[in-house]
Ligand binder design. Structure first.
Ligand code: ZN
Ligand code: FE
Ligand code: FE
Length: 201
């Protein structure tokens, strides 16, 4: 029987997985950018595409620091996330809804990467591969920043305009509710607890 693999072997495997995942993502980010209606969102995807190219080079430096050849190993996780993103892009949504969905797809990828790089940094530190740890931390920081940018675009208008398109009359209803919460609660036949909650607002 072959000798049992070590954490170092698992680390190299995960680096290969990340290297392949980043390569898949360069293609996917270009498609997300193209599909975005909001110029800011398109810019965010394009900026992260550039960062991703840098992350690929950074991984090559990590391999070098470990005296390993830079080599990828198919990342099924990212492939699945990209597959889901593709199905979304085939849907016939209004512009802001599509943008909201593109953000959702992008954030799935960023969170997957954050998990992967979080592990890689921790393992590199545990094994004393400090140069690798420092390089991987830079990428982890970029992934977190990309995720935050997507959140702020979603929460800074895209979600609301998609929501307004989904429920065009809701603004008016909410105003009424705030003026006469108790009356409205009763006439709508709500349960007592719901009425109390409404009245307290
Ligand atoms: Zn090691
Ligand atoms: Fe990345
Ligand atoms: Fe990323």
């Amino acid at each position: 029987m072959a000798e049992a693999g070590t954490l170092h072997d698992a680390f190299i495997d995960e680096l290969r997985d990340a290297y392949d995942g980043e390569k898949q993502l360069t293609k996917a980010l270009a498609k997300l950018a193209k599909a975005a209606a909001s110029p800011k969102l398109r810019q965010a995807f394009e900026t992260h595409l550039e960062e991703t190219r840098g992350q690929i080079e950074r991984l090559e430096q990590v391999f070098e620091s470990l005296d390993e050849k830079a080599r990828g190993k198919h990342c099924d996780g990212i492939a699945g996330i990209i597959e889901e993103g593709k199905s979304i892009m085939e849907e016939d949504f209004d512009d802001s809804t599509m943008d909201a969905c593109l953000i959702a797809a992008g954030q799935r990828a960023e969170h997957y990467e954050m998990a992967a790089y979080g592990t890689l940094v921790a393992w590199a530190q545990a094994m004393g591969h400090s140069e690798a740890a420092q390089l991987l931390q830079q990428t982890l920081d970029e992934e977190k920043a990309a995720d935050k940018t997507l959140s702020s675009l979603a929460e800074g208008g895209i979600n609301q305009s998609a929501a307004d398109a989904a429920h065009p009359e809701d603004d008016e209803e909410e105003d009424e509710e705030e003026e006469e919460p108790v009356e409205r609660g009763r006439s709508a036949g709500r349960k007592e607890s719901a009425t109390v909650k409404t009245a307290r607002r």
